[in-house]
Design a protein around this ligand. Structure first.
Ligand code: UDX
Length: 447
């Protein structure tokens, strides 16, 4: 199968490399010359475990290539994927579809023979209809079928998610697309893959409903965590206690500083807008968004409380900046609001992240970056775990204690248990663990 992938960003690059690995011939196209030149030199512009090796292997095998040239690869393709960005439009929260529609126009000008055009970008319900309208208007003679095939990739686990998906959703309006899309995903069939064909609008909505549900699930456990702190219960045990119920499921029940990233904040907002426009508000999701927004700054309050209500002039060391581990992505990361709120309170912020410091420099002002947790902990009055990178899971507490001005660990991801931290003589605050979520003073902790 010949595939053209329009947009070599996160989704396009991962999908393109995986399709090539399935044995298809894939050309990834992007307008950004610098990006394509880098890719052709073997440099991968994003951090995704395993992606560089996968790209190198498939380029070498002649199945994967990168170009800024549009019409050649599109005219030869059996299937053209649209994987361009759909950022939140400034001001109104609607998804900005201008890149999708521009791609549709350009594809229409170049297609030859029967071609499947697939939107992989996350797009609001009805976008497929508009893509089809634009293409037919641009090239009334073109033989095309417009399909929706949303991605469900988690950053940091995108390749395994692509190769071992829970399900693949394909929304079609033209029966001919069923056969071609089955062929595209055939290499996964050995694994008895659940390929779900729906209408195009249904498929578009499945993506939003899935992300909104997950965002809601995280937000639910975060609120329960707050309640735990008030009534003296343990949210970790509650997650386990409810998650073992098969109807609930144990995933996405880990309490933390609020969800961030490139998908949940943007997709929940877009779903709310679509629902409002159609006079069918999704109030659970409206509330989810509001709770998550306030939660991020509330996390700064937790740090301030742990420092006796005052952070003025105090040095605070932040471990982890990205919205989750194994990515360099800072989009809507909780660290941004937390750091800004601490700075508003007068704190001096030092930070360390294994992959996120470059991106962070463009977003946050007045942050001093260091080379390791111990480096930034020097003279600090609190160390705050904001993102649960593996290297923060086995901190050398004695070393931390020896360099800090005051030994306090605020663990916003519940990486540790109160007992183990206290045993090492550090004061400790975490999320949703009854009274031990409150700070244990150093004097008591040291005993
Ligand atoms: C998400 C969806 O999982 C994916 O299916 C979709 O296609 C894109 O959006 P991603 O944004 O990469 O993927 O990250 P994910 O692993 O889902 O985490 C999202 C956010 O939720 C992170 O900030 C994470 O820290 C937070 N989270 C997740 C929690 O706070 N608790 C949890 O239990 C799970």
């Amino acid at each position: 199968m010949k595939i053209a992938m329009i947009g070599s960003g996160y989704v396009g690059l991962v999908s393109g490399a995986c399709f090539a690995d399935f044995g298809h011939t894939v050309v990834c196209i992007d307008k950004a010359e610098g990006k394509i030149e880098a890719l052709n030199r073997g440099e991968i512009p994003i951090f995704e475990p395993g992606l560089d090796a996968l790209v190198a292997e498939n380029v070498k095998a002649g199945r994967l290539s990168f170009t800024t040239e549009f019409s050649g690869p599109v005219s030869e393709a059996d299937v053209v994927f649209i994987a361009v960005g759909t950022p939140s439009r400034r001001g109104d929260g609607h998804a900005d579809l201008s890149y999708v529609y521009a791609a549709a126009r350009e594809i229409a000008e170049s297609v030859k023979g029967f071609t499947i055009v697939v939107t992989k970008s996350t797009v609001p319900v009805g976008t497929g209809d508009e893509v089809e309208r634009i293409m037919r208007e641009t090239r009334p003679d073109a033989d095309i079928a417009v399909v929706s095939n949303p991605e469900f990739l988690r950053e940091g686990a995108a390749i395994s998610d692509f190769k071992r998906p829970d399900r693949i959703v394909v929304g079609i309006e033209d029966e001919r697309a069923r056969e071609v899309m089955t062929e595209v995903y055939r290499p996964l069939y050995l694994n008895q893959l659940p390929l779900l064909f729906t209408t195009r609008r249904t498929s578009e909505l499945i993506k939003y409903a899935a992300n909104a549900f997950l965002a809601m699930k995280i937000t639910f456990i975060n609120e329960i965590a707050d309640l735990c702190e008030k009534v003296g219960a343990d949210v970790q045990q509650i997650s386990r206690g409810i998650g073992l119920d098969g109807r609930i499921g144990s995933k996405f029940l880990h309490a933390g500083p609020g969800y961030g990233g490139s998908c949940f904040p943007k997709d929940t907002l877009a779903l709310v807008k679509t629902a409002q426009d159609n006079d069918s508000p999704v109030r659970l999701i409206e509330t989810t968004i509001a709770i998550n927004d306030t939660r991020k700054r509330a996390m700064a309050r937790k740090v301030i409380n742990a420092l006796n209500g005052d952070v003025r002039g105090k040095k605070i060391a932040i471990l982890g900046l990205t919205f989750k581990p194994e990515t360099d992505d800072m989009r809507d990361a909780p660290s941004i609001s937390i750091i800004q709120a601490l700075q508003d309170g007068g704190a001096r912020i030092f930070a360390y992240d294994p992959e996120g410091m470059e991106a962070s420099k463009a977003i946050l002002d007045n942050v001093t970056y260091g080379n390791s947790p111990y480096d930034i902990a020097e003279g600090a009055e609190a160390v705050v775990i904001v993102t649960e990178w593996n290297q923060f899971r086995a901190l050398d507490f004695q070393r931390l204690k020896s360099v800090m001005a005051k030994p306090l660990l605020v663990d916003l991801r519940n990486v540790y248990t109160p007992d183990e931290v206290k045993r090492h003589g550090l004061a400790y605050a975490s999320i949703g663990r009854g009274t031990s979520a409150m700070v244990v003073p150093v004097s008591e902790a040291a005993e």
